[in-house]
Write a protein that binds this ligand. Structure first.
Ligand code: HEC
Ligand code: HEC
Length: 518
C-alpha cells in the first residue's frame, strides 16, 4: 500500500473512531493471555520460577484428591521429563540451567533437571520432552526457550529448534529455513516417498554428529536429509507440539460418551454439513484420540512413541531405533535404552526419588501426564468473553468443539472418575478441506482430516493449526473453510465459518475474546 493511501485511510479511521467509537473496530485477536510466558533460563535468571505442569484438582463430584502415590509419581514424572538426554549416560550431567536446589522442591532447573541420560538417539527432534512442551508452563504446548540459559546475560527467548537444540554440545546440524527464530517448533513428516507412494512418517531433524560431550562416538558421520530440497518440492508436512495437560481426563472419557455426544447434535449438524467420525485402533477397534489426527490410542503409547521418535530413545513399547548406525551409538547405550529398572546396580539413578525408581522414564511420563489438570481458563473473563461463549455455541463452533464431556463412572483413580472435562473437542476427525490438508494418512484419518483440536488452553497458545502457520486466531478460524477442490471434499466447517463471517465485528470479537479466555 502506498504511503499516501495509508495516511488517508488512517485519517478516515481516526475520524470514524471519533464519531462511532465501537462500531468501526475491526475484530482482532487480543494475543496470548498472560503473554509469552515460558522463557526458560531467562525467567530463571530473574528468579521467577517456571510453572510446573498443573496437578489435577480434587474430583469436583466427590472431593477426592490424588492419593500420595499418584502425587509422588506425578512429581517424579516432572523430574524425568525435565532430563536433558545425551548419547552417554552422564555426559549431559551439567548444571548450565541452574544448580540443583534439592529434589523435594521441584524447583525448575529448566532446561534440565539433574539427569541420568538414557542415550539421545542418533537421530532426534530434541533432547528432552519439555523443550517442546513449555508454553505457558512445563507440559504445555510449543513455546520459546532462552538459547543460552547458563549465561549471566541471557538472550531473548526463541524457538529452541533454531539454535539451542541443533547445536547443543557442539552438534553440527544445518537448521532448515522453516525453523524460524521466532517461529513455531516444527517437526517434519514427508508426504511422499521418491517412488510416489505415501510416506507420512516423521523424519527427524537432527543427528548427534559432532557431539563434543561424548568421546565414544568420534566416527559418527550421519548427515541430515536434505530438508530444504524437500521443502522446496512441497513434500513436507509440519506438526507443532500439542499440550500434555489434561490428557488423563481426556483418556478417561469412554467411547460411548464420545459417540453419544456426537449423536446428540445430529439434527443440528446435518444442515451445516458437519459429519465427523472416530479414528480407530487397528488392533482393538476402539476410538483413538491423541495427536493432530487422533492417531494414538493412549498417553502411554504416546509417551513411548515420543521418547523414540522425538528424542530417539528406545523403550519397551518402541524397542527398535529409527537409526541403527553403530558408529553413532555409544557403549553406554544398551538396547532398548529406557526399560523397567531391574538392574542390580542402580547407582547411576540416585538422583531420582525412590521408591518409584523402578519405573522407566517413559512410564513416568505417562503417569505425570495422567495427573495433570486441564488448562485453567481465565478466572475473570471479560463481559465480551462471556458473551462470546454463547455466540461460539450459537454459530455452531461447539458442534465440533464439544464444550464438555464426562469421564467414566468408575475408574482406578477416583480422582479421574465421573467428572466433567471442558475440552472443547468431540475427539473426532473431520474433513477440513484443501487449505488444511497435509497429505498424511494415519489410521482412519485421511489426507484432509484432523481431530477437532481441544480448545482448552488455546488462550495461552502462541501458534495455531497443526503446522503452526499462524499466531492469529482469526486466520485459524478462516482457514477452517475451503470449497471442494479436485481431490478434497469441501470443508465440513464451511457452513459455520460462513455464519461466523456474517456476525457483527463485535460478535466476532466476542468469540476471539472467549477463545483467549480458555
Ligand atoms: C521435538 C518436539 C517434541 C518433543 C521433544 C516432544 N514432543 Fe510431544 N508433541 C510434539 C508434536 C509435534 C506433537 C503432535 C504430534 C502429532 O500429532 O503428530 C506432540 C504431541 C504430544 C502428545 C499428544 C497430545 C494430544 O493432545 O494428543 C503427547 C502425549 C506428547 N506429545 C508427549 C510427549 C512426551 C512424553 C515427550 C517426551 C518423551 C514429548 N512429547 C516430546 C512435539 C514434541
Ligand atoms: C467441522 C468441525 C469444526 C468446526 C465447525 C469448527 N472447528 Fe475449529 N477446528 C476443527 C479442526 C479439525 C481443527 C484442527 C485443524 C488443523 O489443525 O488443521 C480446528 C482448529 C481450531 C483452532 C486452532 C486451535 C489450535 O490450537 O491450533 C481454533 C482456534 C478453532 N478451531 C476455533 C473454531 C471456532 C471459533 C469455530 C467456529 C467459528 C470452529 N473452530 C469451528 C474443527 C472444527
Amino acid at each position: 500500500m502506498r504511503k499516501t493511501q495509508r495516511s488517508v485511510q488512517s485519517l478516515i479511521a481516526t475520524l470514524a473512531l471519533l464519531l462511532l467509537p465501537s462500531a468501526v473496530f475491526a475484530q482482532k485477536d487480543p494475543g496470548v493471555r498472560g503473554g509469552i510466558q515460558n522463557t526458560g533460563g531467562g525467567l530463571q535468571q530473574q528468579g521467577i520460577p517456571i510453572p510446573h505442569p498443573p496437578l489435577i484438582s480434587p474430583n469436583p463430584t466427590t472431593g477426592v484428591p490424588v492419593n500420595p502415590n499418584e502425587l509422588a509419581s506425578f512429581e517424579e514424572g516432572i523430574l524425568r521429563a525435565g532430563q536433558l538426554e545425551s548419547t552417554c549416560d552422564e555426559c549431559a550431567d551439567v548444571t548450565d540451567g541452574s544448580p540443583v536446589t534439592g529434589l523435594g522442591e521441584l524447583d525448575p532447573m529448566f532446561p534440565q533437571f539433574h539427569t541420568n541420560s538414557n542415550g539421545l538417539g542418533a537421530r532426534h527432534n530434541a533432547d528432552q520432552c519439555f523443550v517442546c512442551h513449555a508454553q505457558p508452563q512445563l507440559g504445555g504446548s510449543g513455546g520459546y526457550i532462552v538459547p543460552n540459559p547458563g549465561d549471566p546475560t541471557p538472550q531473548q527467548a526463541e524457538n529452541p529448534q533454531f539454535r539451542l537444540v541443533p547445536h547443543r554440545y557442539g552438534r553440527q546440524n544445518n537448521v532448515p529455513s522453516f525453523e524460524k527464530q521466532f517461529g513455531p517448533s516444527r517437526e517434519v513428516r514427508f508426504k511422499y516417498n521418491p517412488d510416489g507412494t505415501r510416506d507420512g512418517g516423521v523424519h527427524q531433524l537432527w543427528t548427534v554428529r559432532g557431539s563434543t560431550n561424548d568421546p565414544t562416538i568420534p566416527n559418527c558421520a550421519l548427515t541430515q536429509p536434505d530438508f530444504e530440497a524437500q521443502y522446496k518440492a512441497g513434500n513436507l508436512a509440519f506438526r507443532i507440539p500439542l499440550q500434555m495437560t489434561g490428557l488423563g481426563l481426556m483418556e478417561s472419557i469412554q467411547d460411548r460418551e464420545i459417540l453419544a455426544q456426537h449423536d446428540a447434535t445430529a439434527t443440528l449438524r446435518a444442515p451445516l454439513g458437519i459429519a465427523g467420525h472416530p479414528n480407530r485402533s487397528g488392533n482393538d477397534g476402539t476410538i483413538t484420540r491423541f495427536g493432530w489426527k487422533a492417531q494414538n490410542k493412549s498417553i502411554t503409547i504416546f509417551a513411548g512413541e515420543a521418547y523414540n521418535v522425538e528424542v530417539g530413545i528406545t523403550n519397551e513399547v518402541f524397542p527398535t531405533p529409527t537409526e541403527e548406525d553403530p558408529a553413532c551409538q555409544g557403549p553406554e547405550k544398551p538396547a532398548p535404552n529406557d526399560v523397567t529398572r531391574t538392574d542390580s546396580d542402580d547407582h547411576k539413578n540416585q538422583w531420582f526419588d525412590n521408591p518409584l525408581h523402578i519405573l522407566p522414564d517413559w512410564m513416568q511420563f505417562q503417569v505425570m501426564m495422567r495427573f495433570t489438570d486441564g488448562p485453567a481458563p481465565d478466572p475473570n473473563p471479560s463481559d465480551s468473553a462471556k458473551r462470546g461463549k454463547a455466540i461460539f455455541a450459537n454459530v455452531g463452533c461447539a458442534l465440533c468443539h464439544t464444550p464438555q464431556m464426562q469421564t467414566a463412572p468408575v475408574m482406578n483413580s477416583p480422582v479421574l472418575q465421573d467428572r466433567p472435562v471442558n475440552l472443547y473437542s468431540d475427539l473426532l476427525v473431520h474433513h477440513m478441506g484443501s487449505k488444511l490438508a497435509d497429505e498424511v494418512v494415519q489410521g482412519h484419518a485421511g489426507p484432509d482430516e484432523f481431530r477437532t483440536t481441544p480448545l482448552w488452553g488455546v488462550g495461552q497458545r502462541i501458534f495455531f493449526i497443526h503446522d503452526g502457520r499462524t499466531t492469529d486466531l482469526l486466520k485459524a478460524i478462516r482457514d477452517h473453510s475451503s470449497p471442494a477442490l479436485s481431490q478434497y471434499p469441501a470443508s465440513e466447517a464451511n457452513g459455520v465459518v460462513h455464519k461466523f463471517n456474517h456476525l457483527s465485528p463485535a460478535d466476532q470479537q466476542a468469540i476471539l475474546d472467549f477463545l483467549r479466555s480458555l
